[in-house]
Each structure stands twice: as C-alpha cells, then as structure tokens.
Design a protein around this ligand. Structure first.
Ligand code: SF4
Length: 894
C-alpha cells in the first residue's frame, strides 16, 4: 500500500485558514490533520477537518456535470454544458447587455485563483456583481471610521497580552487556533472575559461571561468607559495627542449614568466594573471582535464604543492590546486581476438585499445568474425572496459540490473540486499567513476546479488568449506582491509565509484617517435603534454551528427540524414545552423548529444554529429581513425579531418499532417529525418492552424485524407486535410496515412470507396499480421514481389486501390491508447514510448472508450505483416525503 503525506491549506469559510497535513493511501485521502509546522495551527485543526474526508467522498456529492431538462436532472458531458453556458452568455449579452447577467461569487472559498472568476466576466464585458457583505462588513466599516483602515493585531501578538476579551467571538467553535493562545494568557494568571448574549462553548474559557442584550454591546462599552474615566484611569496622552473627538464622545457618555447604560446593555454594574477593572489593571488587553457583534443594523453603535474603550484605556497601538476584527484575505494579491478596470463601472447589487435587488432590476432585468462558492438561497437574508428572485431568472448556473437550496434551482450544475483536489494559494481573514493549496488527491469523478471551468468557457470566447495560462503562471502574476516580500511560489509550497504586516498596528500612533489620529464616535442616536414590535418579542440569534461550516452539509446530515433554544419561563409563557415542534415566526416568514429550553440563558433571545437548508426543513433565513447595516453594508441577521408559538393543538403520537441498525428510520421519520408528529421509538431487540395496547398512540410504524421470518415464526416479541399491528388497524389508526415490517404486516393479516431465490438490492422503478393510482397515500398519475430496496424475502398478500405498487417483474412493492395499514417493500426512508451503510456492509462483510448479495452484485454494480446515487436519492426522497405527509394526514384525520 502506498501512503504519502502532503501539506496543504484549508480554504473553507473559516478565519483559521489552517495548515494541514493530508495522508493519502493508494490514491485515497484517509486522514486530514493540522500541520504541526504551521506557526498558528501547530498541529491542531478543528474537529470539522477530519469530517471533511466524508464530505469529499460523500455519496451525495455531485461529481458529474448535470443539466436540468423538463424539471429533471440528467448527466451531461463537460462539452455539452460549456457549449450551453457559453451560448446563453453570448445570447444574453447580445440581447440585453452584460448587466443582465448576475455573477454571484460566494465566500465559500477565497483563494488567489478565484480572482480569475471575475476576471473572466470582466473580459466578457463586465456583468452585474455583488457589493457589501453577508458577514463582517459592518465591523470593518465601523473600524475604518475610527482607525482609518481595519488592521488587526497578529494573533501571535496575543502572547504579549495580560488579559483578553472575546467580544462575541466563539473560538472553540469557529477559531480553534485562538484557543491555545487564550489558555496561555489564563495560565499566566491573566483574565479572560467572554462577552456574548449567547453562552457559547467558549464561555467556559472565560473568568467571566457577560451576556449583554443583543445589540447592547455599545452600552456596555460606554459603561466601562465611564467607570474608567470616573477612576481617572484613562490614557490621557493617547486621548489628547493621538485622537480627535474625545470631548464629543465624552458628551455622549455624559448623557447617561453608568446604571442607565448597564440597564440598556442588560448587564449588571458589576459586569461593567469587572470589564473596566480588567482593562485598567491588566494591561495590555487584547479585544477580539467576533462576527456576532456585526450582525445588527446599528452595529457601528457597538463597535465604535468598543474601539473607543480600547483607545481610552490605553490599549490601541500597544503590543498585546488592540481591538482586532479581522484580516483582508485578498490583500496579498495583485487586485488588478479582478479585471474591474477593463470596463466602465458595472452595476452591483447589495449582498444584504440580494432578492430585492434582483426582483427590482430593470434596464436590464436579470436574465441569467451564475453562482460559485456560495449557497445564497440558503444563506442570504429573506431567503424566500431570494428563492423567488432566482426562480425568475431564465437560466442559472451553479458551481459547487452538493444539491443544496441554490443548486436545486439551477439549470446547470458544474461539479467543482474541493481544495484537496486543486492547486492554489490562500490567505485568511484570521491571521497574516499565506499558505499553499497543494493538490492531495485526483479530482473525484469528473469534477473540475473553477480555474479549469473558466478556462474551458474562455475557449469559447474571443478573449481566450488573454485568459488561458497554466495555474503556476497565473499564481506567479497574481501573487506578485507576495514575491516582492521575499518569498516564492516554491517556498510557499513548502510552508506558510508570514506576510509583511504589522504585529502591532498603529504602534507609531498614526492612523490612516483624515485627521491622522484615532477618531472617536461623535454622534449617537439611540432612538434609531428602538424599533420594537410587540408581536415579535425575541431576537433570533442564528449563531455559527459547532459541527458545520455555514451551509456545508448533506441532506442526510440534517436533523428533522432545526433546533431553537429559549428560556424555560419564556417557553411556559408562550404555551410551549421542551421537545415540542414550535412555530418561529417573524414579520417576513415562518419556520417550524424543535424547541429546547434552557433556564440559564437570556430571556430576550431565541438561539439557533444557522446554515440548515430549507429543502431539508431548516432554512432559518426565511425569517431574516433584507436590510443593510447603516455602516459597512453588512447584513443585520441578528436584528430578526420573532415570536414562538405552538404549531399544533395536539401532535399525533406515533409509536415507531425498529430492530437492528440495518433498518434505520431515515427520511421517513424525519418527515413525520417535520409534520409535527411526536415519535416514541422502541427497540424490542434491545429489550424495550412493547406496550400492551396502543391507546396512547395515534399510529404505528414498524421498521425491520428479522429477515426470513417465514410463516409461523414466533420470535419473542413478534407475535405481540403483529397483534398490535392488527389492533391498531382495527381501531382505525394507521399502520406503516416498512421492509421487514412490510412482511410482518402481511403475516399479521394472514399473508405469508417466503425467501427469494435471489436477494434484491438497489434502486428499481415500481409502477402504481389501478388501485394505487387512486390511493390517498401513494396515488398519482405521474411515474414513480426509482426507489431503494434491500431484502432477501418476499410475501404473499393477505386476503382482502390491495396491491398498490409493483415492480417490473411483478414483485409486490406496496399494499394496503385492513382499514388503513400500508406495507412498503422498498425503504421510503432511505437516505445517503442508510444506502452507504448497506453498501459498506456488502463490501466488508464476508458472512454467508452478505456473500449471497456479493455474488449477485459486483463492484461494477456498486460503481454504477454510486454514479447515479445523488439524483436517485433526490428523486426518491422527494417522492417519499410526499407519501409520508399523506400517510400522516390519514393519522390526523382518524
Ligand atoms: S475549518 Fe477552520 S479550523 Fe477547521 S481546518 Fe479549516 S481552517 Fe482550520
């Protein structure tokens, strides 16, 4: 077995931009870990890194070019899709001008070669592009007002800090290389303060966690400033020599008492005092702003007072101090390669108002959308409007990895390589190092890097000669500013290079502002912030997930519903309880979620993790409004006011009986939950006793059970279970028997089960019988998609049962018996994790049982199956979700 280790850099949307070591065995990536030689990563990358291997090889990943025709996807050749895209680009430009095309360049990857994506569109004549930010725009904008240019302390400078304030930053989940730096300060006896309305995982790092009201951070900073001034502990030299506007800022402070400010911030005076004391007594103090503090319309009213606090406490321009927000990830490149100078200025749309901008565009309207490295239909605010806007475009191209909310709307899916399959250079927004992206494995399937995609497209345009050059030739030119700093492409490929950036910005106390000095905020109108709507009393804080980067997930990885957390007493006040399906509504939308209660959190917030897809029942941006921040054109995600309420007066209670890991519930039960059902799952093979009666339940779902149960099998709980199935039906309560549960249902009603001569595995397309076409659960007139089956047995119908679906060879796929009992021979819950689990069993298990399958299904069968799997799953899941909804309606209507 060949085994090699290759150094590379992570390019995901994460401030760490870690150096990584990838281990490749026989051409396959088997391990991904932090590079011990990287000065910041120091061998420790986040837990999401190891998981990324599964993402690279995920069965849901689209690895062939796809075209949508008649609403259905089909595989296509690269030439076919490039020809089509080039034609559509040319036609649109000829008929409506280049601005009728929107190029949406997401932040999923921000590497050197990504400059060329926009360069391509600029060579084409310039198209509509985006401005503003879905993330830190407000923070950057506010800091530019105070400091002239946002420049952060090098993270290695925190080694000089005696104390540190993590202000809305959660490094444990989103900035892992910061954690050891924070711990070192603590070990030295320094103080760590975590300020965040949410008690994040990083709160445990702190000596004190201060939880201000959302958007109230500025008041806290002002309160601490007043306390420092009252103690006469301000840095008078800085104030009077290196700053302007202090008197005006002091006048703002004088409009409030400390108590008033703390009350407005929603914190105690003790909290503000602790903060002020730390800043004065444990200098230098590093203040690190997180991305949460930016997510407000008036974010500048928080960030500017925090900057001011740093300034008047004497922490600006000193080693170990500073108020650091982030780094410019495109700084090391020659920006002319965006190509913006090639055309007169072209139209741009505001990121925070994406849907509105597209819908409102005239002269020309948007006819074509091209998306790379982003999932705006999920991640942009007011996502229903974004969906509507994207749906209105005549033609849409999506380059990415998975069939997410945005990709689902596209006409062409371009399967892109991950950073592990390409060569590039990357800088980050969390530090000053540049690293090489070194190809670790060959592209999976037919995936292409966006670099190669745009080269192939350029071939179809007259400017091909200006665009088509090898990767290294482009990197040499784009990164010329880096080489001027004394490194080379070869050297960066060997190890990370620290750019020429200050360890301690503004150390000479000069600032690139108009005055050349630090500029205090001189205007403050808190009344602007007070917009309360009593119908929506809680702020929804959609925080960064701990286990995912933004919307990087698969369908199978989604829980049935997003989880929202609120204070226990607020839950009670709203008539909802822990575990309930609740409605989360705002002025622009409504989403269902599973409620968690927490008695230790703030009472004015509801907390959820962002990034879940709407098509998987999540999509919290259906609730957020599309307004820009007043400074910096950021997106005020956290200015989303919501109400929480019950969805159902009474949820259907469904008993789910399953056996063994071979019969997981998958999509079937997720959909039941999304529709509001309360599920109680029992594993009788694991010792769970079955109930005597089903009087506490409204329906019964039986998965699995032993194979080859055959007629007359009397394994322990099977007879009582079949009795429950009969009694449930007799009481008019619906039953679903799935796979072996289908066989049990047949047996329970007097049918019989028999072993098949040949085992069945894979997707096949059943058809509805005449009775099936008019059935309330599986009925319909269109074709049934291919559905997943895996079994060694079949069954004879019980007397009086109706066959609803059958396979091509006449095999029974679905029947109805009694009043409302359905047997499904296929697995209506099969998702990618279930199918892959079964495939792995075949590949690894040498037992006689699986051996029978292996004799029938060889490697070529599985390879062909894997090629088609993403689309097979998408079609079958959509069909089965609809079917589950109909089955549940029969429960509710009983
Ligand atoms: S996601 Fe972030 S922390 Fe994790 S490996 Fe990538 S850069 Fe590092």
């Amino acid at each position: 077995m060949s085994r090699v280790e290759i150094k590379t850099s992570c390019t995901r949307d994460c401030p760490n931009t870690c150096g990584l070591v990838a281990t490749v065995a026989d051409g396959r990536l088997v391990k991904l870990a932090g590079d011990p030689c990287h000065p910041l990563t120091k061998g420790v990358a986040c837990h999401k890194t190891a998981k990324y291997i599964h993402r690279v090889y995920s069965p849901e990943r689209i690895v062939h070019p796809m075209l949508k025709e008649g609403g259905r996807w089909r595989q296509a050749s690269w030439d076919e899709v490039f020809d089509l895209i080039a034609d559509r680009l040319k036609i649109t430009v000829a008929e409506s001008g280049p601005e009728a095309i929107l190029y949406y360049q997401g932040n999923g990857e921000r590497t050197a070669l990504k400059l060329l994506n926009k360069y391509f569109f600029n060579l084409m004549g310039g198209v509509t592009t985006m401005r503003g930010s879905l993330c830190g725009g407000a923070g950057q904008g506010a800091q530019e007002l105070d400091l002239g240019k946002r420049i952060s302390h090098d993270p290695l400078d925190h080694g000089n800090s005696r104390s540190i304030i993590l202000w809305a930053r959660n490094p444990v989940s989103t900035n892992i290389s910061l954690v050891p730096l924070v711990r070192t300060i603590k070990k030295r006896g320094g103080t760590v303060i975590v300020i965040d309305p949410v008690r994040s995982r990083s709160a445990a790092l702190g000596d004190r966690h201060i939880a201000p009201t959302p958007g109230g951070d500025g008041y806290l900073a002002m309160a601490a400033a007043k306390l420092i001034l009252a103690a006469g502990a301000e840095d008078r030299e800085f104030l009077f020599t290196y700053s302007v506007g202090f008197e005006a800022y002091q006048a703002i402070l004088n409009r409030f008492s400390v108590e008033e400010l703390c009350s407005l911030a929603g914190v105690s005076v003790m909290d503000a005092t602790f903060l002020a004391d730390t800043l004065v007594r444990e200098k230098p103090t590093a203040t690190l702003l997180g991305w949460g503090v930016h997510r407000y319309e008036h974010a500048h009213y928080s960030i500017r007072p925090i900057d001011a606090l740093g300034a008047l406490s004497g922490n600006i321009g000193v080693a170990g101090g500073g108020v650091s927000q982030g780094f410019e990830e495109y700084a090391p490149y020659d920006q002319t390669y965006w190509g913006d100078e090639l055309n007169p200025p072209r139209r741009t749309f505001l990121h925070p108002k994406l849907g509105e901008e597209i819908l409102g565009a005239t002269n020309p309207p948007i006819r074509m959308i091209y998306v790379t490295s982003g999932n705006p239909v999920c991640m942009a605010p007011h996502s229903c409007k974004v969906r509507q806007a994207f749906g209105r475009a005549e033609f849409m191209v999506y380059s990415g990895h998975f069939m997410d909310d945005t990709a689902s709307l596209a006409d062409v899916f371009l399967p892109a390589t991950t950073f592990l399959e390409e060569n590039d250079i990357v800088a980050g927004y969390g530090h000053n190092f540049v690293g090489a992206v070194n190809q670790v494995i060959p592209p999976v399937g037919e995936c292409l890097s966006e670099f190669h995609m745009f080269h192939a497209l350029a071939e179809r345009f007259p400017f091909a000669g200006r665009f088509q050059r090898p990767v290294d030739a482009w990197l040499q030119d784009i990164c010329a500013p880096l080489w001027a700093q004394g490194t080379s492409l070869e050297a960066v490929r060997e190890g990370a290079f620290r750019m020429d950036a200050p360890m301690v910005p503004y150390a000479d106390k000069t600032f690139p502002t108009e005055s050349g000095k630090f500029q205090f905020m001189t205007e403050f109108d808190p009344m602007e912030q007070i917009v309360s709507d009593r119908r929506y009393p809680y702020k929804l804080l959609t925080i960064a997930p701990h286990s995912f980067i933004c919307s990087e997930r698969t369908m199978a990885e989604h829980s049935a519903l997003p989880s929202v957390t609120m204070h226990a007493q607020e839950a009670e006040r709203n008539g909802v309880q822990d575990g309930m399906v609740v409605s989360v509504s705002s002025s622009v939308g409504e989403v269902r979620a599973r409620l968690k209660v927490d008695a230790s959190m703030r009472r004015d917030v509801v907390i959820a993790e962002r990034g879940g897809w709407a098509k998987a029942g999540h999509g919290l941006n259906q609730l957020t409004r599309d307004i820009p921040s007043l400074v910096g054109q950021g997106t005020p995600f956290y200015d989303t006011s919501v109400a929480i309420g019950p969805v159902y007066e009474k949820s259907a209670r469904i008993l789910v009986v399953r056996e063994r890991d071979l019969s997981p519930e998958g999509t079937f039960c997720k959909e039941l939950e999304r529709q509001g059902a309360m599920l109680v799952t029992l594993r009788p093979d694991g010792g769970d006793p079955l109930p005597e009666t089903l009087s506490d339940f409204d329906g019964l779902v039986v998965f699995g059970g032993p194979e080859q149960i055959q007629n007359g099998c009397s394994k322990g709980y099977l007879d009582p279970l079949m009795r429950l199935m009969r009694e449930c039906d007799a009481a008019g309560k619906p039953v679903a028997g799935i796979r072996h549960g289908c066989h049990l249902l047949a047996l329970a009603h007097g049918g019989s089960v028999k072993a098949l001569d040949e085992p069945e595995f894979g997707f096949s397309q059943p058809r509805r019988t005449e009775l099936g076409r008019v059935d309330s659960v599986v009925g319909g007139t269109g074709p049934v998609p291919e559905l997943m089956g895996y079994h060694c047995d079949s069954f004879d119908l019980p007397s009086g049962a109706s066959l609803l679906m059958e396979g091509a060879s006449g095999d029974k796929q679905c029947f109805k018996v009694g009043q409302c009992s359905y047997g499904f021979e296929f697995h209506p819950g099969a998702d990618s994790s279930i199918v892959m689990h079964w495939i792995e069993l075949f590949r690894q298990d040498e037992s006689i049982r699986e051996g029978r399958f292996r004799m029938r299904y060889d490697d070529a069968f599985f390879e062909a199956l894997m090629t088609r799997l993403p689309l097979l799953l998408a079609d079958s899941e959509a069909f089965c979700r609809h079917m589950v909804q109909k089955w549940l309606e029969s429960v509710v209507s009983v």
